[in-house]
Design a protein around this ligand. Structure first.
Ligand code: GBH
Length: 496
């Protein structure tokens, strides 16, 4: 009888989704980022990053006043990370390199022996287990020494980043074939300067964010071109960036146009310069910010322009489209003098829009997070329509809870429902080639400290060795990977 029940259920499910199987070459991974997991913040010759200093200067801006000083202690426990990545059956593991660990001064004349060795060992151990390393160069931890020189607001930052990228490519390019230059410029530029709620905690709303956006695009492009010219011929890898994308829908039919405009503002700002045929900022966005700036009596736009040379330099600097998806918003115009919450999660003053959510989208633990799996499929379709039939890699997707327990049924549900949307998108003809779960292990969730749990594995933060224990979601994900299909039980009890 049992088999009959399974057949009936899978038939019902396949009526919703055509195929439950992933294409043969589809890859599954999980991700972390250096500051969120490594700890060992001042070990050996490592210097302080902007997060190391921010958590000291502003404990009140971190939910529990915590720091990433120790985090998951992955600097010492990395063998366990590799082991659990292998137990999950991951095709790839996405982690980031801490600039301050590898190049303590921020500049390439000092390369740390310990830093070099740490990432060498991690990469080799992954490869030994048949896990491909996918490496992010910058996941928000700028050397404080470079911040002291202006950080992402200094036009030289793109050269500093390029020099760092060259060092990383030359050290690890023989073994790492997939590179992410920058993780989520919308967060490290827009959130930083519009809210100061992330390191370095500098408020410069409507100005600093745009300067940073421009320099981030140039930094990415310089790194891509260095790879393309100096390393691609011998290593033949791929380089792109990861954009954070909120899927946006009109609140009602009158808001269709303003929603498309907001998409250009939020996605196009960081994609149009790289992925469009014309290059440069999305023209509508350039126009709006220029007009606003003029009304404010400014001599020129707060959005710095690109020269034609810069436009051509940035255009086409990609090998795939990487993006992180968690949640969605609906868009409506703000009423006159209506307060606009902090961009990019609540509203955008330069567009006079308010972002909110539909009542039927279930909230996850943290304030910004509402569940809308269909948003992922729609986002994928939109990307294809905008930028053509390019390879897309989902570089993060995952679920936040405050409950740190092992029976994380909600997280299993989240993964299942989002992976269903990925399959549907593939059926729609979108070239999605891989999916990355955020995150392998509970870790330091930025301003939310250790309160928000995203891990497939639970971390015992009371334990000096930071014991890693698989949650139900780890069992589920392992089973999806093993079967290369969603035709699996959501309640798996196999040993991991
Ligand atoms: C990604 O950011 C990051 O790449 C990753 O490091 C992070 O752990 C993960 O997602 C989960 O957040 O309180 O309004 O300032 C996604 C964007 C950045 C969303 C921090 C929430 C705080 C929102 N996240 N942000 S707010």
């Amino acid at each position: 009888m049992c088999w009959l029940k399974t057949v009936v259920i899978s038939f019902m499910v396949s009526a919703v989704v055509g195929s439950r199987d992933f294409p043969p070459d589809f890859k599954f991974g999980a991700a972390t980022a250096a500051y969120q997991v490594e700890g060992a913040w001042n070990i050996s010759d490592k210097s302080a990053s902007i997060w190391d200093s921010y958590v000291r200067r502003h404990p009140e801006r971190i939910h529990d006043g915590s720091t990433g000083d120790i985090a998951c202690d992955s600097y010492n426990q990395w063998k366990k990370d590799v082991e659990i990545a292998s137990n999950l059956g991951l095709d790839f593991y996405r982690f980031s390199i801490a600039w301050t660990r590898l190049m303590p001064s921020g500049f390439p004349h000092t390369i740390s022996e310990d830093g070099k060795k740490y990432y060498n060992e991690l990469i080799d151990a992954l490869l030994e287990k048949g896990i491909e390393p996918v490496v992010t160069l910058y996941h928000w931890d700028l050397p404080q020494s470079l911040q002291d020189l202006g950080g992402w607001a200094n036009p030289l930052v793109s050269d500093w980043f390029a020099d760092y990228a060259r060092v990383v490519f030359s050290l690890y390019g023989d073994r790492v074939k997939t590179w992410i230059t920058l993780n989520e410029p919308i967060i490290f530029c827009e959130i930083v300067y519009n809210t100061a709620m992330h390191a370095p905690g500098i408020l410069s709303a409507g100005v600093g964010n745009y300067i940073c956006n421009k320099h981030a695009m140039l930094a990415h492009a310089k790194a891509w071109r260095i790879y393309d010219e100096e390393f691609r011929p011998k290593y033949n890898g791929k380089v792109s960036l990861s954009n954070q994308i909120l899927w946006l829908e009109p609140e009602n039919e009158n808001d269709v146009e303003i929603t498309e405009l907001t998409r250009q503002f939020m996605v196009g700002m960081f994609a149009h310069p790289i992925y469009s045929k014309e290059g440069g900022w999305p023209p509508v966005i350039e126009k709006i910010i220029a007009e606003k700036s003029k009304k404010e009596g400014l001599p020129k736009s707060r959005l710095p322009t690109f020269t034609q040379e810069e436009i051509d330099f940035i255009k086409g600097t990609y090998d795939f489209f990487g993006f992180n998806y968690y949640t969605s918003r609906v868009v409506k115009p703000a009423k006159e003098r209506e307060p606009i919450g902090p961009w990019p999660f609540a509203g955008a003053p330069d567009l006079d829009i308010i972002l909110s959510v539909r009542p039927e989208w279930k909230p996850a633990a943290t304030s910004w997070f509402y569940i809308y799996p269909e948003g992922l499929r729609r986002q994928l379709a939109w990307l294809k329509e905008q930028y053509g039939d390019i390879e897309i890699l989902i570089t993060e997707n995952g679920y936040a809870s405050y409950d740190g327990g092992l029976d994380d049924h909600d997280r299993v549900q989240y993964y299942k429902e989002h992976l269903e949307q990925v399959l549907l998108a593939i059926e729609d003809g979108v070239k999605v080639t891989g999916y990355t779960a955020w995150t392998l292990i509970d870790n330091f969730e930025w301003s939310d400290g250790y309160r928000s749990k995203f891990g497939l594995y639970q971390i015992d933060f009371e334990d000096p060795l930071r014991k890693r224990t698989p949650r139900a979601s780890a069992h589920y994900y392992a089973s999806v990977i093993k079967n290369h299909s969603l035709d699996v039980d959501t309640k798996i009890t196999d040993e991991l």
